[in-house]
Design a protein around this ligand. Structure first.
Ligand code: SF4
Length: 326
């Protein structure tokens, strides 16, 4: 059952969710066991073969969404340290959108977006965000945040029986903790204990589907499936002002996600062991910390890359969702 949004209509998210209400989990438990065993084997063998460069209990190899994405883009980028990256309007848009969706889910329409985000920054003692917001004029802040608050209305009307949760953890720990693939899911609905099928939504503050978004979505499907021993029936991307982009889950898509993760573990082990990273320029050079010293840097790039949706960096250890590692 869906409830109407504040304008009386059914929201696009509620419509998508209810469209999956009768779906059954598409992947067998045996298949999930096989995937976990394959990943365990790869992680254990790779860690055991690393000799002096192996992971430790304090410093496991972390191969999450961001690192996998970076390894696909540019190995040298994957080896850079982004700790201390500054806030940017793109990152703050992402933070605001997450907060506004949570507000819409549990409180109601976001009527004063600047005040709402500032209150959140104060309540969480996020002084960097506070300072960032203060550096904007009121009109400028309204211009940035009002469309996001309006877009969050797409999350109205969800039936409470789906138990919506935000920023949930879905992590896979392999080889006795030597390898970790940590994920933070923007929104989860249904799943074990709810009596509803499991659904996963990634919120994107950028616009338009990129080629690597499907890989991100299916990694989360894999992490949630192995966490719950039950595969989601679908993962989706949602963009402010857009439709829900549905990625149906099947055994083949989870196998592909597991194979990509296994490849990432092996590649990361090679780089940690000292293999020189390959340089692969692209749109991502725009925010690469090595851009001022990399001979392969490409500054005049087309828009085929990740734009300023730098929340792709959001699953580093202790990361606060803004490309910084705490
Ligand atoms: S500048 Fe571009 S090519 Fe060079 S390391 Fe950074 S992302 Fe890779």
């Amino acid at each position: 059952m869906t409830r109407p949004g504040s304008d009386g209509s059914t929201s696009v998210v509620a419509e998508w969710v209810e469209g999956h209400a009768d779906d059954a989990s598409p992947v067998s438990g045996e298949e999930l066991v096989d995937l976990r065993e394959m990943l365990e084997r790869v992680a254990a063998d790779t860690a055991a073969g690393a000799e002096g460069n192996g992971p430790t209990g304090d410093e496991p190899w972390r191969v999450g969404k961001a690192r996998l994405a970076d390894l696909t883009r540019c190995e040298r980028l994957a080896r850079t340290d982004r700790a201390g990256a500054d806030l940017s309007p793109g990152i703050v848009r992402g933070v605001a959108l997450d907060h506004f969706i949570a507000h819409r889910l549990w409180v109601g329409p976001v009527t004063a977006p600047a005040e709402e985000l500032t209150s959140m920054a104060v309540a969480t003692a996020d002084h960097d965000l506070e300072a960032f917001l203060e550096s904007f004029g009121d009109d400028e802040l309204d211009e940035m945040l009002a469309p996001l608050a309006a877009a969050a209305e797409a999350w109205s009307g969800l039936d409470a029986s789906w138990w919506p949760r935000v920023q949930t953890s879905a992590s896979l720990v392999l080889a006795d903790g030597a390898v970790v693939s940590a994920g933070r899911v923007d929104v989860e609905l249904g799943g074990p204990l709810t009596g509803r099928p499991s659904l996963v939504v990634e919120v994107k503050s950028s616009t338009g589907v990129r080629a690597d978004h499907a890989a991100e979505a299916y990694l989360y499907a894999l992490l949630v499936a192995l966490r719950d021993d039950e595969a989601p029936v679908a993962v989706a991307l949602w963009y402010p002002g857009g439709a829900v982009v549905d990625f149906p889950v099947a055994a083949g898509t989870l196998r592909a996600a597991a194979a990509r993760l296994a490849d990432g573990i092996v590649t990361w082990s090679e780089l940690v062991a000292g293999r020189p990273p390959r340089e692969s320029p692209g749109a991502w050079c725009r925010w690469c910390p090595d851009a001022d010293r990399c001979p392969s840097v490409q500054v005049d790039v087309s828009s085929n890359g990740p734009g300023d949706d730098r929340r792709a960096f959001d699953d580093r250890p202790g990361n606060d969702g803004r490309g910084r590692v705490g």
